[in-house]
Design a protein around this ligand. Structure first.
Ligand code: AHR
Length: 342
């Protein structure tokens, strides 16, 4: 005779095994369908393999959407999309898989700048043009990629510095000691490197700008909050926060408020942010963020134009910069926020 308890635990086990089997089969089925669809494609569509570095920020979501909206069937494309979840090894794997599937173009947003030579060499040997999106790679042989569509991150950093110069002058604080902390993005990424360099160039002209700390916070809200909490405990006298993206800014503002301080126009701490996603622009309009240096994620159209040029045998530049702006309470309107798609 079976005990009631034994029967129940066996039933649970069977149920668990069945769920597991379904999950595995489901996964296999999904991959098979995707591959089958690609293999049986009539090849008049342009096959593009896109390796996105992750989904760490609101900006990244908008960047992914912009690519997915442009590489569509209606526009004559077949898109193979992979999200690398912030890992360079996943991006390398995805690129190798695009090579073995013999895509027509590889587009990728490199999570960091170094470590790409080998896989880019493999793409070149397979005769597949590589286009960089958003960020740069640090390789000696620049012909390993065709072009890069992205932002001028050094210029963005300088814009932040120039805005601070002007603001301090306006407030008659340009001779006073100004205590600054910097929340930096993903270590080794072009956006982190460029924005840091750009801001430092301007800061080096001001001996009264006292950079207390610079710390990596991975471009995420959670890490922005965590690092800001540490800054606040160590330094009771912070005047300015430079946060290299909006997500980190959101976390940092929470930490500042929890510490009993105020932010923005007329507040204890001036907030300088990057990206200018809609939620942040609302905070600019409300005087919570003092300035937001735009980073434009709408790169899909630029990428498809580049591919069109390559298809027509036209020569392309080795860098295309997207258009970007600087937003303060003076130029952010509700209409502008409503019109924007990010
Ligand atoms: O490389 C662009 C940066 O990456 C954006 O500023 C940030 O939000 C994203 O994660």
């Amino acid at each position: 005779m079976f005990k009631k308890g034994d029967v129940i635990s066996k039933l649970i086990l069977v149920l668990f095994a069945a769920i597991l089997l379904l999950m595995v089969l489901g996964g296999r089925l999904f991959t098979d369908i995707e591959e089958e669809a690609y293999e049986s494609e009539e090849t008049d569509r342009i096959v593009v393999g896109v390796s996105q570095l992750g989904s760490e920020s609101g900006w990244r979501t908008a960047n992914t959407e912009s690519v997915q909206n442009v590489f569509t069937k209606d526009n004559g494309y077949f898109l193979l999309f992979n999200n690398a979840r912030q890992k360079q090894e996943n991006q390398i794997k995805a690129i190798r898989s695009f090579i073995s599937q013999r895509v027509d173009y590889i587009v990728f947003a490199p999570v960091v700048e170094t470590g790409w030579e080998t896989v880019l060499q493999e793409a070149r040997e397979a005769g597949i043009p590589v286009i960089l999106m958003d960020r740069q790679v640090d390789v000696t042989d620049k012909s390993l990629y065709v072009t890069c569509v992205g932002s001028d991150f050094v210029e963005e950093g300088e814009r932040a510095g120039r805005w601070l110069e002007k603001d301090l002058r306006k407030r008659g604080m340009d001779k006073e000691t100004v205590n600054i902390v910097v929340l930096k993005g993903t270590e080794g990424s072009s956006s982190q490197i460029g924005r840091t360099i750009g801001f430092s160039v301007v800061a080096s002209n001001h001996s009264n700008w006292n950079i207390l700390e610079q710390e990596y916070a991975d471009f995420t809200s959670a890490k922005g909050r965590e690092v800001m909490e540490v800054f606040l405990k160590k330094h009771p006298d912070i005047d300015v926060v430079i946060s290299q993206n909006d997500d980190m800014t959101f976390g940092a503002i929470e930490a500042i408020r929890d510490a009993g301080k105020t932010v923005g126009i007329g507040g204890d701490i001036t907030i300088i942010s990057f990206d200018a996603v809609n939620t942040a622009l609302e905070m600019v309009a409300d005087g919570i963020i003092n300035v937001d240096i735009e980073c434009n994620p709408n790169q899909g159209e630029y990428l498809s134009r580049v591919i069109e040029m390559l298809e027509n045998g036209e020569k392309v530049e080795n860098q295309y910069y997207v258009e970007e702006n600087v937003f303060t309470i003076e130029n952010v309107t509700r209409e502008l926020i409503e019109e924007r798609n990010y």
